[in-house]
Design a protein around this ligand. Structure first.
Ligand code: ADP
Length: 557
């Protein structure tokens, strides 16, 4: 044990990483023996042996940020709020949406003959630019022979990025998802800018293959003869984002606006990921089961367009925290040398994450001689719930996911069976003469079958969250035809929440009656799920739901 944070060097020696006198760190390459306050997993959440403390990974995060899953989650939000989610390039999922891709591109070209697009094809689950290529026309995908092999996302290529020194660059920002429930998000005040190594030109058939011109990945550009390692944070092929902002501000750019657009992009992206993350969480750590709480550092890759609009490229669940780079001393002889730019940004992110997650934080606050006082000022800035008021209206799918989780039934599952779906319809009183239970079954079968045929996991049966969301949108559209989709969905959610709160209240009254008569009978299982302890929450929920319904009706009048 040590009294300061340490990092392990290649030679196995532990050396102090930074001055953090409040934490003891152990490395457990061969498995853990002792319970800890904070577990720092290398790759993803998966350790069934942790029953308390905090883990640096959320269950399901790696799956959620894969290119296809992220594109699907953002698309659901784009269906509801197209304007708010226009920070993600138009994307199609291959191979299933290839015909749609061809048809939509043809339509757009017909309506705007001056449009000369390019597209970028990215294999699902790829990283570091692996397998990525650019095309000018949908038919080129077939020529590349990729359609049948690996699932991928094809995306509109952002042809006009902001250039600095004539070079394209992207931004890696570190974001701490401190908690899912309640949602708490922090953003690091500084990030990294990673530069291409060939001057940028808009894509043409001639330059499409020039990766050093179009792809900003460090892992690719490091192999270019033009890559510049610099000891300064504001020159070279990797710089701090703050040095870029400084430069932009000296050109008269409103950098506060750039930051607030970036914060908005980060919050909206996490809002899109949250519903499914909650389903994963519930499945791995069901309510009532002892388990750890989770937090996670995410790497957001963002491209600034020429007009300074930030666009999301991807989210990394396991961003590299290396603060060294390899240098070739002589042919074939490499040495790890410190990278001041990485050190400047990443050390602060880890130090602040530990500071925020410190389980004894509260106690130390009371102690005036807290060792924290000697640490540099925090680099992680809270953005949620700080700006919750501006973004809470977007959190509709999360409420649909809460309904889904309620009816899942068996603990540990992530798929809704036909009975669960029927119970949902029945308990929410959605069936009527126009919408019989037989129609409900057909809706379930249709949507579930389609999702399972395109899904990545063909083995599991039942309705996944995205299929349930689609069915829910379908029901919402049927009930309130004339409204925009997000209002249709919000109305149906309010209605369902009201019905369920009423039902809970009835059950509570009923169980109290039974308990008074038979004190031995304590629990029962609403909707096949665990029962919250008897208190007045259902009544309060119902009142809240009723208020929302009333508010919504008066708003419509
Ligand atoms: P990977 O996970 O393999 O790094 P990314 O989605 O980050 O995949 O893409 C790799 C690089 O390609 C990015 O760093 C960026 O420079 C470029 N890129 C990706 N998507 C786009 C896009 N839609 N428009 C322009 N450039 C893009």
């Amino acid at each position: 044990t040590s009294r300061s944070c340490k990092r392990k060097m290649g030679n196995g020696k532990l050396i102090p990483l930074f001055n953090m006198p409040v934490v003891s760190f152990f490395q457990c390459p061969f498995g853990r023996r002792l319970p800890c306050d904070i577990y720092w997993h290398g790759v993803s959440f998966h350790d069934n042996e942790i029953f308390s403390g905090q883990v640096n990974k959320f269950p399901g995060m790696t799956e959620m940020v894969r290119k296809i899953t992220l594109s699907r989650a953002v698309r659901t939000m784009q269906d509801l709020f197209p304007e708010e989610y226009n920070f993600y390039p138009r994307s199609w999922i291959l191979p299933e949406e290839f015909p749609l891709f061809v048809a939509e591109v043809r339509m757009m070209k017909e309506s705007d003959p001056a449009w000369k697009p390019a597209f970028i094809v990215k294999p699902d689950g790829g990283c570091q630019g692996d397998g990525i290529y650019l095309i000018k026309d949908p038919s080129d995908i077939r020529l590349a022979g990729n359609l049948q092999s690996r699932p991928a996302v094809v995306q509109e290529y952002i042809c006009k990025p902001l250039l600095i020194d004539k070079l394209k660059f992207d931004i890696r920002l570190y974001v701490l998802l401190k908690s899912l429930e309640p949602l708490e998000i922090y953003i690091a005040k500084d990030g990294l800018s990673r530069f291409c190594t060939e001057p940028y030109q808009e894509p043409t058939l001639k330059n499409l293959h020039q990766v050093f011109m179009h792809l900003t990945n460090y892992s690719l550009n490091i192999h270019s003869g033009n890559f510049i390692h610099s000891d300064s944070v504001n020159t070279g092929s990797k710089r701090t984002f703050s040095s870029i902002l400084y430069r932009l501000s000296s050109r008269g750019v409103d950098i506060k606006k750039v930051w607030s657009d970036i914060i908005s992009l980060v919050i909206k992206t996490i809002v899109a990921l949250t519903p499914e993350l909650k389903v994963y969480y519930q499945s791995d750590i069901p309510t009532g089961k002892p388990g750890p709480t989770c937090f996670q550092i995410l790497g957001f890759d963002i491209l600034l367009m020429k007009n300074l609009k930030p666009m999301l490229l991807e989210v990394n669940a396991n961003p590299s925290m290396r603060i060294e780079h390899e240098q070739e001393l002589s042919p074939g002889v490499f040495e790890n040398v410190p990278s001041p730019v990485d050190e400047e940004v990443k050390v602060a992110v880890i130090r602040d994450t530990l500071r925020l997650m410190d389980p004894y934080k509260k106690k130390k606050k009371d102690n005036l001689k807290s060792p924290e006082a000697s640490l540099p000022s925090p680099c992680l800035k809270q953005v949620f719930p700080k700006y919750a008021k501006q973004f809470n209206y977007l959190r509709l799918v999360e409420r649909v996911a809460a309904l889904f989780i309620r009816f899942l039934g068996v603990k540990g599952t992530m798929r809704l069976g036909p009975t669960g779906f029927r119970t949902f319809v029945r308990n929410c009183k959605l069936s009527n003469s126009n919408f019989s239970m037989a129609t409900v079954d057909i809706l379930y079968i249709d949507i579930t079958r389609r999702w399972n045929s395109v899904g990545m996991d063909h083995k599991e049966s039942g309705m996944c969250l995205q299929a349930f969301v689609e069915a829910f949108f379908c029901l919402a559209q049927k009930r309130c035809k004339s409204l925009p989709l997000h209002e249709q969905v919000a109305t149906l959610i309010d209605f369902c929440e009201y019905q369920l709160a009423t039902l809970d209240e009835k059950r509570l009254v009923c169980s109290r009656g039974i308990m008074e008569r038979r004190p031995a009978l304590i629990t029962y299982q609403p909707d096949g799920l665990h029962l919250a302890p008897a208190h007045h929450a259902p009544l309060l929920n119902r009142m809240a739901a009723a208020n929302k319904l009333a508010g919504y009706r008066s708003h419509r009048l």
